[in-house]
Design a protein around this ligand. Structure first.
Ligand SMILES: Nc1ncnc2c1ncn2[C@@H]1O[C@H](COP(=O)(O)OP(=O)(O)OP(=O)(O)O)[C@@H](O)[C@H]1O
Length: 267
């Protein structure tokens, strides 16, 4: 099987420090992969390597993806371009017809209420506005793959919802990082947990799902768990998890002193 993108035994050293160690992952048409880990664990570095922005020290990244849309964690500051000028320029590097790019530009700028800023210099745009520009530049050419580094950062609540809905509807494979529960629960189908640049847990798509009913103490206890659906009723949470995530989820819940009331296999 040929993959949209595949990383094979990727290592990255910066200034003599090992940042990533032996990372392998595969991305196919239906991938919705969350890369998670603590601050400094190497998530952004890995996304940059997948995007081809940074070279691995050893190992390789290959695949059939021709157009990769990448949203960096921090949109570059002090770019001298105006918003529309920047979007047209960056999309021209990726190919695609002018008519299709103009059409997408209108659609996406309307969707994110960016029309009033099209002729504003990026230097004076707010952080959230620049983030929207970063998102639009990644989507505008209809990429084969999206790599999103904390894409909700700086967006207001309404724009976050718009982006989540859009990403759920698009049929584009996505690899992303996020500390935001809303995006994690709505988008992630697979999870790659990295610690100190190494893969600790790799959770794929499971054949069967499990329903877990749990009594929790604080809402915080449920934050960041890779669950696909969650219903809350007082201090009781019921959620669905992919089968091979369930051990990890249960361990996390127990670590946080939650009481597991029921674990049921779904057919
Ligand atoms: N250009 C660089 N020069 C030196 N060190 C770097 C560079 N880029 C990344 N690092 C180091 O590599 C490690 C991993 O950084 P990275 O940004 O990939 O982490 P992260 O998991 O994305 O963190 P966060 O959740 O805070 O965004 C950190 O210790 C960071 O300081």
């Amino acid at each position: 099987m040929s993959f949209i993108l595949e990383a094979v035994q990727v290592n990255k050293e910066i200034d003599g420090r090992q940042i990533l160690q032996n990372i392998s992952l595969e991305c196919s048409n239906d991938t919705r992969l969350l890369i998670r880990g603590k601050n400094g664990s190497g998530k952004s570095t890995l996304l940059k390597i997948l995007a081809g922005i940074t070279e691995p020290t050893s190992g390789k990244v290959e695949g059939s993806a021709r157009k990769i849309g990448y949203v960096p964690e921090h949109f570059p500051e002090n770019l001298r371009f105006k918003v529309k000028e920047y979007l047209l320029l960056t999309s021209s590097f990726q190919g695609g017809s002018k008519a299709s790019i103009e059409k997408e530009l209108i659609k996406l700028t309307q969707m994110f209420s960016l029309e009033p800023f099209l002729h504003t210099s990026l230097k004076v745009c707010s952080k959230g506005t620049r983030q929207k520009v970063g998102i639009i530049q990644a989507l505008i050419t209809k990429p084969d793959l999206l790599l999103l580094d904390e894409p909700l950062t700086g967006l207001d609540a309404e724009s976050q919802q718009i982006l989540i809905r859009l990403l759920r509807e698009e049929q584009i494979p996505i690899i992303f990082t996020s500390h935001e529960e809303a995006l994690v629960t709505n988008l992630a189908k697979e999870v790659l947990q990295i610690e100190n640049g190494q893969i600790m847990i790799q959770i794929g798509k499971a054949a069967s799902q499990k329903r877990i009913r749990v009594e929790y103490r604080m809402r915080e206890d449920l934050k960041g768990l890779p669950v696909s659906q969650m219903h809350l009723d007082g201090n009781i949470a019921v959620f669905t998890v992919e089968g091979d995530v369930s051990d990890h989820v249960l361990r996390e819940l127990l670590r946080k002193n939650c009481s597991i009331l029921e674990v049921k296999e779904l057919k």
